[in-house]
Write a protein that binds this ligand. Structure first.
Ligand SMILES: [Zn+2]
Ligand SMILES: [Zn+2]
Length: 412
């Protein structure tokens, strides 16, 4: 469905929360997003061509806050004591719905997770809702959250009060596939270091304590352990330091490991097994082990069914039929996001939208795909559906109440 002559931008739906008002509001939102599409594409490409890592997203922070200010949002730059976070607000009171932007890139491969599209989608949803909301309808908060790729920006924002008055939260993420129930699991990021003793590797090897041996043993032990892991578990590491010269027995070796499980409690079990592998290798070689955390662990995403179903219904406006709950299969399995922590605090959704590509996230192919006009068009479509979903939540108090009941249910 496209915007037509029914559009009455900015009239809101305060007087009559009927179907007609809601449809007017949705068409106003869609028209506003269409009107801004070219500017959003420029914004997205600007961020794409300035890839910035965790907590260093100064350019993205600047262009996004400027854009939102010019669009009439009340913008707080460097919000929550984070230099590259922001909060942009329109409207007031309740309900207050939040949409998250992400804009960090990956080392060496740029915007290989397509966060340029996420940033533009958050702004798009904000613009759509600004056009649809009338006085007394509530508030929209567009959050700029830094460092999704490992720094846990959203976790810090939550701790500093970002969600205190928020009723529900949402965001979009590009992917090779579409879906409203992506399987986003809990993660912890570990640094593993072994300390041994140098020795001449040929003349006096018995003097040495080989830190690389410890690391290789640990790597192999974890590989042997995989048979006993749940199919939903993930353990993956890279060796970041493995000695300097073959004729010196390495006194230091290091690796980084990501450990993931369906839930935070399963992750605790898996952590114990992985830690056992690291400790066993230290004992076997006589090395000293240091196991430290590389930033905050992320919790799993709990998709709110009520809101996700509303999103699926609104994707139907564009003749897109998304897989229902439990029908997603293994298409998107095992990634993680700090949106998981958001979803543990307020009812949330984190739908993924497919962009045309054969490549998966975190590859150079995906970086290229995230800049195409086709990907932009898919982002615009998903942003319209998300804005329409938010309009449903603003306009139908019973829908938001039922999302909150689901969130509060003990079996959740
Ligand atoms: Zn990513
Ligand atoms: Zn991502």
């Amino acid at each position: 469905m496209t915007s037509g002559p029914l559009v009455r931008a900015g009239t809101g739906f305060a007087t009559l929360r009927g179907m007609l008002d809601i449809e007017f509001a949705k068409r106003a939102a869609e028209a506003a997003i269409d009107d801004a599409s070219a500017a959003l594409r420029e914004l997205s490409l600007d961020i794409h061509s300035h890839p910035e890592l965790n907590f260093e997203e100064e350019h993205a922070h600047e262009v996004l806050t400027r854009f939102l200010e010019q669009a009439g949002f009340e913008v707080e730059r460097s919000a929550y004591e984070l230099p590259t976070a922001f909060r942009a607000t329109f409207g007031s009171g309740s309900p207050a719905l939040a949409v998250f932007c992400e804009y960090d890139a990956l080392p060496g491969i740029g915007h290989a997770c397509g966060h340029n599209l996420i940033a533009a989608s958050g702004v798009a949803v904000g613009l759509g809702l600004k056009a649809a909301l009338g006085p007394g309808n509530g508030a929209v908060l567009v959050f700029g959250s830094p460092a999704e790729e490992g720094g846990g920006g959203k976790i810090l924002m939550i701790e500093r009060g970002a969600l205190n008055d928020v009723d529900a939260a949402m965001m979009l993420h590009p992917s090779p596939v579409d879906g409203a129930w992506p399987n986003m699991i809990a993660i912890e990021m570990l640094k593993v270091e072994y300390f041994g003793r140098n020795a001449h590797a040929a003349a006096f090897p018995w003097e040495g304590v080989n830190a690389l041996d410890a690391l290789v043993l640990a790597y192999s032990s974890i590989s042997a352990m995989r048979q006993q892991m749940r199919p939903t578990d993930r353990v993956h590491g890279v060796i970041t330091s493995g000695g300097v010269k073959p004729n010196i027995i390495p006194d230091y070796a290091a690796a980084e490991y990501y450990v993931r499980s369906s839930t935070a409690s399963e992750l605790a079990e898996l952590h114990a097994k992985v830690a056992g592998c690291f400790e066993g290798a230290a004992t076997a070689t006589g090395c000293r082990l240091e196991l430290t955390s590389l930033g905050r662990p992320y919790r799993e995403v709990v998709t709110n069914d009520v809101i996700a179903e509303a999103y699926c219904e609104n994707m139907g406006r564009f003749e897109v039929r998304l897989p229902g709950r439990g029908q997603q299969g293994g298409a998107i399995g095992g990634a993680s996001t700090d949106m998981g922590d958001v979803s543990q605090v307020v009812p949330s959704i984190h739908p993924v939208f497919g962009i045309p590509t054969d490549a998966a996230n975190h590859t150079p192919g995906f970086t290229a795909a995230a800049a195409t006009p086709e990907a932009h068009a898919r982002m615009i479509r998903a942003a319209k559906a998300l804005a329409c979903t938010a309009i449903d939540l603003y306009a139908k108090p019973e829908l938001l109440a039922s999302a909150k009941r689901e969130f509060a249910a003990p079996e959740r």
